[in-house]
Design a binder for this molecule. Structure first.
Ligand code: BDR
Ligand code: CA
Length: 309
């Protein structure tokens, strides 16, 4: 089981990613960041997930705002709480620290082969790499959810990159290899259809019924926002960053050079993916995921949910 630190902003799909990682990986810690909701909410939600899953995993909060960009959440996707749609208990276990960035640095210095798996704005990861450049050679790799050849927050930009473009530019510009990008091109192949919500609800246990409620809310948002029938339910983005590490055979990938647009009038937060065949071989910094076996991926998610019962 690969070791990983989950850096997240739960968030419906982040919550499912935590469930998935708890089953298939050795989660050394969960770090929170402001993103889908303000930091106090994403941290609260991470603590709730730890309790629900009865995990013995530390939760540390990290950055409360992006490096330079203003704080702008995604309440219109995940609701004001960040996890609207289900009856959730209050957390009963305390936060381990508010030094999430130090936790990332200390853990990666103390242990070999720890994957960083960010699924929110990249603020904490950028801060860790800036404060501790030795992490470049220490981590097993970075597998992140973000970017793509199209946008969701703007026409050009995916939310996680758009929310903190300078941090994303630092991460893509770092020498960390492998750097795996689960962008919208692949995550939009992985949708929580009505059928999949019913499959989730049919599983035993409290976590399954909570996740089915969360899926209902999350899919409702997507179906309203894509009223042209182009989508069958919410895209389940974040678990794919986990599965790219634990089940790499599910994916097709291309080695590309990827940079982040930080200044464009219409394109800030865009991942610019160089598709030129001759250039890519020498300069590729990123494994861009292009296809996922979404049936197999959802079967694994169901297996992880079932294991919580
Ligand atoms: C990403 O943005 C968030 O709303 C989701 O949790 C996911 O990480 C998708 O653009
Ligand atoms: Ca997220």
């Amino acid at each position: 089981r690969p070791k990983m630190i989950i850096d997240c902003d739960p968030g419906h799909d982040d919550a499912v990613a935590i469930v998935t990682a708890a089953h298939f990986a050795d989660v050394r810690g969960i770090v929170t960041v402001a993103g889908n909701a303000p930091l106090d909410r994403t941290t609260h939600n991470a603590l709730v997930m730890r309790d629900l899953l009865e995990l013995d995993t530390p939760v540390h909060s990290g950055a409360a705002r992006p490096l330079i960009a203003p704080a702008r959440d995604a309440g219109f996707v995940h609701g004001e709480s960040g996890l609207d749609g289900a009856e959730l208990p209050e957390p009963t276990t305390p936060l381990d620290s508010t030094d999430g960035v130090d936790f990332i640095i200390d853990t990666c210095r103390a242990e070999d082969d720890v994957w960083l798996v960010p699924m929110g704005p990249l603020t904490n990861i950028a801060l860790a790499l800036r404060q501790a450049p030795d992490l470049v050679d220490r981590v097993a790799g970075i597998s992140l959810m973000g970017g793509g050849t199209f946008g969701n927050r703007t026409a050009a930009a995916e939310f996680n990159i758009w929310a903190d473009p300078e941090a994303a530019a630092i991460v893509f510009g770092s020498q960390v290899r492998p750097l795996i990008m689960a962008g919208l091109d692949v995550t939009h192949q992985f949708q929580v259809t009505r059928d999949r919500i019913e499959q989730t609800r049919a599983l035993p246990g409290r976590v399954a019924s909570i996740l089915a409620d969360l899926f209902d809310f999350f899919s409702g948002t997507y179906l309203r926002r894509h009223d042209d029938g182009s989508i069958g339910g919410a895209a389940l983005h974040d678990p794919l960053a986990v599965l790219a590490v634990t089940h790499p055979a599910l994916f097709d990938r291309e080695q590309r050079h990827v940079v982040v647009e930080t200044k464009g009038e219409h394109t800030a937060g865009m991942t610019v993916i160089d598709g030129r065949a001759l250039i890519e071989r020498d300069t590729a910094n990123c494994d861009v995921l292009t296809q996922v076996d979404h049936h197999a991926a959802f079967t694994l998610v169901l297996e992880a949910i079932e294991a919580t019962a």
